[in-house]
Design a protein around this ligand. Structure first.
Ligand SMILES: NC(=O)c1ccc[n+]([C@@H]2O[C@H](COP(=O)([O-])OP(=O)(O)OC[C@H]3O[C@@H](n4cnc5c(N)ncnc54)[C@H](OP(=O)(O)O)[C@@H]3O)[C@@H](O)[C@H]2O)c1
Length: 167
């Protein structure tokens, strides 16, 4: 089973504030939905609470040590047990979807990264650990313009990049 991570981050590696996202980019949300649909998605308890419900057409796995439970969600207190659960269900690509704590802990297991680099700088309390891209190959890139309405930026520009770990 391949382990992938999907994340959107700002210019200073910021990913969240007050357990919320920092921007609303509808094209990025659509992209996230397309990429993760039909797969197991693995997240920390705080990210699940920020989303609030299991995402449709995906199997939600939540990591928690505090006894968290929620209908429609599979909770584990052990990373390997969570991986085994997905593997035994026949998953071929498991997606790590956040947040900061989970990205950092599980980064050594990641084979493929789907990154949205957002042209945004601002206050945050959740960050991605800086990635050293020297051990990764860029497999795909698409650049998106900012969305403006009456000269006001409604959503920032962003670059979508797929990186595959070098052998
Ligand atoms: N920009 C993006 O793409 C993106 C994506 C996702 C999330 N985010 C943002 O990230 C922020 C949340 O990140 P966060 O770091 O605060 O929280 P988090 O990683 O979502 O969740 C942390 C929680 O996960 C559980 N956990 C972590 N490691 C574990 C392990 N090894 N075994 C068992 N349980 C484990 C613990 O839950 P218990 O306390 O229950 O034990 C821990 O408190 C929010 O602001 C959110 O909006 C951004």
């Amino acid at each position: 089973m391949k382990i992938s991570m999907i994340v959107a981050y700002g210019k200073n590696w910021e990913i969240g504030l007050n357990n919320q996202m920092l921007w609303h980019i509808s094209e990025d949300f659509k992209n996230f939905k397309t990429i993760t649909s039909g797969h197991h998605i693995l997240m920390g308890r705080k990210t699940f609470e920020s989303i609030g419900k299991p995402l449709p057409n995906r199997t939600s796995i939540v990591l928690s040590n505090s006894g968290f439970e929620h209908e429609g969600v599979h909770t584990f207190n052990d990373v390997q047990k969570a991986f085994d659960f997905a593997r035994q269900a026949g998953e071929e690509e498991l997606f790590i979807i956040g947040g900061a704590n989970i990205y950092e802990t599980l980064f050594p297991y990641v084979d493929k990264m789907y990154l949205s680099e957002v042209d945004y700088e601002g206050e945050a309390d959740a960050y991605l650990k800086e990635i050293d891209f020297s051990s990764w190959d860029l497999a795909e890139q698409k650049d998106y313009e900012a969305v403006t309405l009456y000269d006001e930026v409604k959503s920032p520009a962003w670059k979508f990049k797929v990186w595959v770990k070098k052998d």
